[in-house]
Design a protein around this ligand. Structure first.
Ligand code: XMP
Length: 515
């Protein structure tokens, strides 16, 4: 394991992902973890991440200088580079020349990190302070016009530092530099491959669960599907999946779970068709948070009922259900605080189950990033439509109808959404676009004319955004002819819709969804 010491989370996650792209397993730990605890985890190397602070600002995070005497290979990046320089008696100062963005890096001498790479390359910088003198015993291996010590190394002690950000894609050879550190500098072996990940995940589930039975709530999304597939490979028939169909899914989704997921995994599936129950609970409700609360509450009730029935069945067969499978991912684990805490963050939305269910938790994806989960899903033979599915909110189409949710409005928004998705897929844009969907303005009507007749129908909003993580998003610059096709088809094919508008708001200030 390579431990990424986190001085500022947004950098650390990306570094950990890139290390894994080099086929070396990595995890993130907080900067104040004691050296003894770091050693106890027997890391093969450490990476000190970038961070938002100046090493001079009061309370700036530091590491114990003893870290550099442990003999562990260490790479410092940006802030981490400066922390290393400072701890080992080099100098760091505010040179007055901050560097942000793309810069030309010149490799100035032989070294481990740049061996075999071009001597001039573009790198991405973001710093105010600079290392002005490398620590004793180190040699400077690269400079930029305004940063004299852009990289340094002491290969004998296996200590390396770079001022630029090798983890961002704008650093032309950044991934190569990371790989050079991991393989040549630190002697790590590139064994973190999908086949091994799958095998290890399956073995870990077997080791955890023993003989009892397990249940898993499927949402139709990627995470729960892949989690279930891993567990099924580990324990076979001991797993039962429960799919709560709340009637708020998109066209074809319930069938996809029932047919494609089951066909590709062989998992036992209990399909609870609860659309009527959700519709009744939602009748007359317009307020978005109210909708979410109702759906969340009903979801838990329905799931618990299904779980109780399965428990009764197990009991009759002399068995017990002992574990609940959840598709928690590594970013959720990091964000909920301690990487080692067993408790999951409570998602206050649909699919979030209460902590008081009397089951142990099995979370086979706890160490994985989303892109790894998708590749693991492919490795396990899940269909592409499930593995590459765009994010979809737990409350489903209910938050894509502005106003009351009625069966008729659900049908309209579902039909419009199906057109949108089909056209986007045909245009080959479905992986490039983070989310694309239709929103029905249920309480708005506008005048139109169709076949010489005046119409008074509902507008549909087309929303398509690009994003990395849903925290920020930009509206997608869809080609005009594609917009035209989507608009024409929706007004022609979907009853009661006579107008299509395109949402050109980024997030912030907008959100991705309309509710
Ligand atoms: P917003 O609309 O806040 O959405 O920009 C960010 C991401 O979260 C999804 N989303 C939800 N997911 N339950 C969910 O499981 C919800 O209540 C919910 N609301 C929004 C949204 O689709 C986007 O990916």
């Amino acid at each position: 394991t390579v431990l990424v010491i986190d001085f500022g989370a947004q950098y650390a996650q990306l570094i950990a992902r890139r290390v894994r792209e080099c086929h070396v397993y990595s995890e993130i730990v907080p900067w104040d973890m004691p050296v003894a605890d770091i050693l106890a985890r027997q890391p093969s190397a450490l990476i000190l991440s970038g961070g938002p602070k100046s090493v001079y600002s009061p309370g700036a995070p530091r590491v114990d200088a003893a870290l550099f005497d442990t003999g562990l290979p260490i790479l410092g990046i940006c802030y981490g580079h400066q922390v290393m320089a400072q701890a080992l008696a080099g100098s760091v100062s505010r040179t007055g020349t901050a560097e942000y963005g793309a810069t030309r890096l010149s490799v100035t001498g032989p070294g481990v990190l740049f061996d075999g790479l071009p001597t001039a390359q573009q790198v991405w910088m973001s710093h105010g302070d600079s290392v002005t003198e490398a620590p004793p015993g180190f040699r400077v291996t690269a400079t930029t016009p305004s940063t004299p010590v852009a990289a340094f190394e002491d290969p004998a002690r296996r200590l390396y530092g770079v001022q630029f950000h090798p983890e961002v894609l704008h650093s032309e050879h950044g991934l190569d530099v990371l790989r050079r550190f991991l393989l040549a500098g630190a002697g790590c072996r590139p064994t973190w491959t999908m086949v091994n990940i799958a095998d290890e995940a399956v073995a870990a589930v077997r080791a955890q669960v023993g003989d009892g039975r397990l249940i898993c709530g499927l949402s139709g999304g990627v995470d729960s599907a892949v989690a279930a597939a891993v567990v099924h490979r580990a324990v076979g028939d001991a797993l039962t999946c429960v799919f709560v169909d709340h009637g708020l899914l998109r066209a074809g989704e319930a069938e996809q779970v029932e047919r494609d997921f089951v066909a590709s995994t062989g998992v036992e599936l209990v399909h609870v068709k609860a659309a009527d129950r959700f519709a009744a609970a939602l009748a007359g409700v317009c307020e978005p948070e109210q909708k979410r609360k109702i759906i969340g509450r009903e979801f838990i009730r329905v799931f618990e009922e299904a779980a109780r029935e399965l428990e009764a069945r197990a009991e009759a067969e002399g068995a017990t259900i002992e574990h609940l499978v959840q598709g928690t991912l590594y970013p959720d684990v990091i964000e909920s605080g301690s990487p080692t805490a067993a408790k999951i963050k409570s998602h206050h939305n649909v699919g979030g189950l209460p902590d008081d269910l009397q089951f142990g938790l099995v979370e086979p994806l706890r160490t994985l990033f989303k892109d790894e989960v998708r590749r693991l899903g492919e490795e396990l033979g899940l269909p592409e439509e499930i593995v590459w599915r765009q994010p979809f909110p737990g409350p489903g189409l209910a938050v894509r109808i502005i106003g009351e949710v009625t069966p008729e409005r659900l049908e309209i928004v579902r039909a419009a959404d199906a057109v949108v998705r089909e056209e986007i897929r045909r245009a080959g844009l479905d992986r490039e676009i983070w989310q694309v969907f239709a929103v029905l303005l249920g309480d708005v009507r506008s005048v139109g004319v169709q076949g010489d007749e005046r119409t008074y129908g509902h507008p549909v909003v087309l929303r398509a955004v690009t994003s990395e993580d849903a925290m920020t998003a930009d509206w997608a610059r869809l080609p005009y002819d594609l917009l035209e096709r989507i608009s024409n088809r929706i007004v022609n094919e979907v009853a009661q819709v006579n107008r299509v508008v395109y949402d050109i708001t980024s997030k912030p200030p907008g959100t991705i969804e309309w509710e």
